[in-house]
Design a protein around this ligand. Structure first.
Ligand SMILES: [Zn+2]
Length: 341
């Protein structure tokens, strides 16, 4: 009997789906809105809480999570903290799925952010790949997969997935927009690729399920575009003074580079952090006193293509992550400033 494809649900927040469409932005240039990356700040420690599961299941999840941190500048702390960023259920009736990267912070803390309903092969590593911000490799636009749509729709409408058409289109058929996926070419060995049979595609060539992280997975997750161990981490974030007289000059010096800042808010109130200059950067702000509590993210609310976040902040330490909109090749200078409104 043919192997039944078990396909992971790559959970996307409803708002995210709304943003995945072409939009005319200021200046009239048409560009896809969204794909702001979902990566955590480089060097982040993510806490993990198990919501049930046997000792063996928990041990396997832990082991495969650590496949990533051998190469990525991230840490997992399996401390079962009530408000852990990653909360894992083991409901065998709910398939395998995870929210992606910083989206995890939008899920109420009494709900799981990941389900490991089956743990065949490298399933846990695959779901942890989502948790650290990776998308599905089979949706890589560089993959050039031409689906036999009717076959895929029929197969996934039945058990064990029982998906409706919209879910199948979202999870499998709709290719990700170029900006949203990692910058590598299609990697048939990626752990982020799922097994599907040859009958699903026009070429007749299916994929094999991958049970270990591939050479390209390792190279990508360790690269400047993701979590490089060689680069400054959130622990080395550059300090910004609120209401500094001059703007701080900075640059995305090489493709994929991430700049990290921190600033102290001493009196509660509205604060504005923005970038200026010719470089199209995106920014995320985290805090107070947390490297993972995402407050806001922005692409183009500032002047031209600059990023700007305005928020009411209580006293504490805050962090800002700045990346180029085009992670794969964008570089350039910018300035940054935070002020109390
Ligand atoms: Zn998946």
């Amino acid at each position: 009997m043919a192997k039944r494809p078990k396909v992971c649900i790559d959970r996307v927040l409803p708002m995210q789906e709304m943003r995945m469409q072409s939009t005319v932005r200021r200046g009239g240039r048409v560009r896809a809105l969204m794909p702001i990356g979902k990566l955590w700040m480089n060097g982040t420690t993510l806490r993990v809480r198990f919501l049930g599961g046997s000792a063996a299941q928990q041990a396997k999840a832990k082991e495969q999570a650590l496949w990533w941190t051998q190469f990525a500048n991230l840490n997992f702390d399996f401390n079962n903290a009530p408000n852990a960023e990653i909360r894992i259920a083991f409901d065998s009736n709910d398939g395998a799925w995870s929210y992606i990267g910083t989206d995890n912070r939008s899920i109420p803390s009494n709900q799981p952010t990941m389900n490991l309903g089956f743990m065949d092969g490298g399933t846990a590593a695959h779901e942890f790949g989502h948790a650290i911000g990776l998308a599905h490799e089979h949706q890589n636009p560089a993959g050039g997969i031409e689906w036999n749509e009717s076959v895929v729709l029929r197969s996934l409408a039945g058990p064990p997935n029982n998906w409706d058409e919209a879910t199948i289109r979202h999870n499998v058929l709709n290719k990700y927009m170029v900006d949203q996926v990692k910058g590598t070419k299609f990697d048939p060995d990626s752990i982020m690729l799922y097994f599907f049979p040859g009958s699903w595609v026009k070429s007749g060539l299916g994929t094999h399920a991958n049970d270990v992280i591939s050479a390209m997975d390792k190279a990508f997750i360790a690269s400047a575009e993701a979590y490089p161990k060689s680069a400054p981490t959130v622990a080395d974030a550059r300090e910004l003074k609120v209401n500094a007289v001059t703007r701080t000059s900075a640059a995305i010096g090489k493709a994929g580079e991430e700049d990290l800042y921190k600033f102290a808010v001493t009196s509660a109130g509205r604060h504005i952090i923005d970038t200026r200059g010719p470089t199209d950067v995106v920014m995320k702000m985290f805090g107070p006193n947390s490297q993972t509590a995402l407050i806001a993210e922005d692409d183009d609310s500032g002047l031209d293509t600059n990023a700007r976040i305005a928020a009411d902040l209580i006293p504490g330490t805050y962090y800002a992550q700045v990346r180029h909109y085009n992670r794969a090749s964008g570089v350039g200078n910018y300035t940054i400033k935070v002020r109390r409104a």
